[in-house]
Design a binder for this molecule. Structure first.
Ligand SMILES: [Zn+2]
Length: 139
């Protein structure tokens, strides 16, 4: 009994931790409060965007600064194995660019939210609101 409850507890804790700390969840809650409806992880779209607003033809990617080489202080490769990381990060960046272009060709407006932008809640809210407004003008 003890062992089972321990497993259950640790599973629960893991689930809670993932849920609460996920940058994607924060972006979702801001969108929700702005009054937008969305779907998650449309795997039929290039790059399987994290959040999709089908009626507005908008997709949102929530990118980790490290893996997607953001131009902020979190986006540079680690000091060891620098050649490996550089090539890995370049591949990610190229894939991001390719997916973005494909989505745009299909008529989607692409919004990229960086992990470092999520820490400032007000900044995130303003960015999402502005980008979504400009997306509805262009369609
Ligand atoms: Zn960043």
């Amino acid at each position: 009994l003890d062992r089972i409850s321990k497993d259950v507890r640790s599973n629960l804790m893991r689930a809670v931790r993932t849920k609460n700390t996920s940058p994607e969840v924060k972006v979702r809650s801001v969108l929700h409060r702005l009054g937008y409806r969305f779907r998650l992880h449309r795997r039929d779209l290039p790059g399987s965007p994290d959040i999709v607003l089908p009626r507005r033809r908008v997709v949102v990617f929530v990118h980790g600064c490290f893996w997607h080489s953001h131009s902020c202080k979190h986006g540079s490769p680690p000091a060891s194995n620098i050649a490996f990381w550089k090539s890995k990060m370049r591949q990610n960046k190229e894939r991001d660019r390719r997916n973005k272009r494909k989505l745009q060709e299909l008529g989607w407006h692409v919004i990229t939210i960086w992990e470092c932008e999520i820490k400032n809640h007000e900044l995130l809210r303003v960015k999402l609101a502005e980008q979504l407004e400009s997306s509805s003008i262009s369609h």
